[in-house]
Design a protein around this ligand. Structure first.
Ligand code: IPM
Ligand code: MG
Length: 361
């Protein structure tokens, strides 16, 4: 029996469209092999949506996403829109999508592949064996807290304001997601905050400590964010699962990603309670190499695999894609971002074709 899935594609800006077309080809092929039929629907987001409609997240896009089984997003933003005011930038589209779909849990795995160990900017003995899952809260904290804005003061000076706030229930729901994930990994959870300075972090730490009593099998630790940043580059193997707020998670997930050599390899999932999840690479739209067939499509392809695993419950299809990625790396194929001496430099399309071949092998 053929299973049918509706997937919304949000190619976005920069390298987004080229890496999306590779991921779509891979999904189609694995679908043919396993009797999964994907109905892909394109929608606009980010700069592309601003150009076409004046709005980085047209209402139609949100509707299309809500009516699908999962959303595969590429990346948004670029030089062209950099001078727009904050509330009309492409990034607004992404934040609106997260809020609109209630995607409060962002999973960002950073696992070093043996084939790429020498692409890391850190020494082999430090990064060998790194396998971290960053669980980032995504719809609260300073990204969304009120009040926010740039206000005039009585002295005539301007004052920029953002508010970092979390409620009990916001902390508890991301905490539970993180504990559940830690359980499926090595059962070690490190919660990251700034409880030595921030009240919002004190509450965060109290709630995570409280929750821990429901998960006696998970070993919990707490780190201040500055120390966590240092530990990530000093001794990253100490981490299994990390849970943290929106801003700290934004920063630490980039650092964790870079341990693995290239941010061009890493997928992510953003999940909520009811709506479909959004699956996207951790990297951005790389406008400097857009349209030149230089982009690494692997993070996008692996985001497709994550979508199959977490969103559509098709682990076999996910496994096959992940295996194909290892195969092409074993063959020595590399895009520029992960190139090292002795390897074969390929473009985005050639990497896509190699992945299709590897799927069939
Ligand atoms: C990310 C990005 C976004 C964020 C930007 C593009 C709004 O950096 O997904 O990590 O800050 O969340
Ligand atoms: Mg970021």
């Amino acid at each position: 029996m053929t299973k049918h899935y509706r997937i919304t594609l949000l190619p976005g800006d920069g390298i987004g469209p080229e890496i999306t077309s590779v991921a779509v080809a891979v999904l189609k092929r694995v679908g043919q092999m396993l009797n999964l039929q994907f109905e892909f629907q394109d929608a606009l987001i980010g700069g592309a949506a601003i150009d076409a409609t004046g709005n980085p997240l047209p209402a139609e896009t949100l509707d299309t996403c809500r009516n699908s089984d999962a959303v595969l997003l590429a990346a948004i933003g670029g030089y062209k829109w950099d001078s727009l005011p904050n509330n009309s930038r492409p990034e607004r589209g992404l934040l609106g999508l997260r809020a609109g779909l209630g995607l409060f849990a962002n999973l960002r795995p950073a696992k070093i592949l043996p084939q790429l160990i020498d692409a890391s900017s850190l020494k082999r003995e430090i990064v060998d064996g790194v396998d971290i899952m960053v669980v980032r809260e995504l719809t609260g904290g300073i990204y969304f807290g009120q009040p926010k804005g740039i206000f005039a003061t009585e002295t005539g000076e301007k004052r920029g304001v953002n508010t970092m706030a979390y409620t009990d229930s916001e902390i508890d729901r991301i905490g539970r997601v993180a504990f559940d994930i830690a359980r499926k990994r090595q059962s070690r959870l490190c919660s990251v905050d700034k409880a030595n300075v921030l009240e919002v972090s004190q509450l965060w730490r109290d709630r995570i400590t409280q929750l821990a009593s429901d998960y006696p099998d998970v070993e919990v630790s707490h780190l201040y964010v500055d120390n966590a940043a240092m530990q990530l580059v000093r001794a990253p193997r100490q981490f299994d699962t990390i849970v943290t707020g929106n801003l700290f998670g934004d920063i630490l997930s980039d650092a964790a990603a870079m341990l693995t050599g290239s941010i061009g390899m890493l997928p992510s999932a953003s999940l909520g309670e009811a709506n479909p999840g959004v699956y996207e690479p951790v990297h951005g739209s790389a406008p400097d190499i857009a349209g030149q067939d230089k982009a690494n499509p692997i993070a996008q392809v692996l985001s497709g695999a994550m979508m199959l695993r977490y969103g559509l419950n098709e682990p076999e299809a996910a496994d096959r894609i992940e295996k194909a990625v290892l195969t092409v790396l074993d063959q020595g194929l590399r895009t520029g971002d992960i190139m090292s001496p002795g390897m074969q430099l390929v473009g985005c399309q050639a990497m896509g074709e190699a992945l299709l071949k590897a799927l069939e092998a």
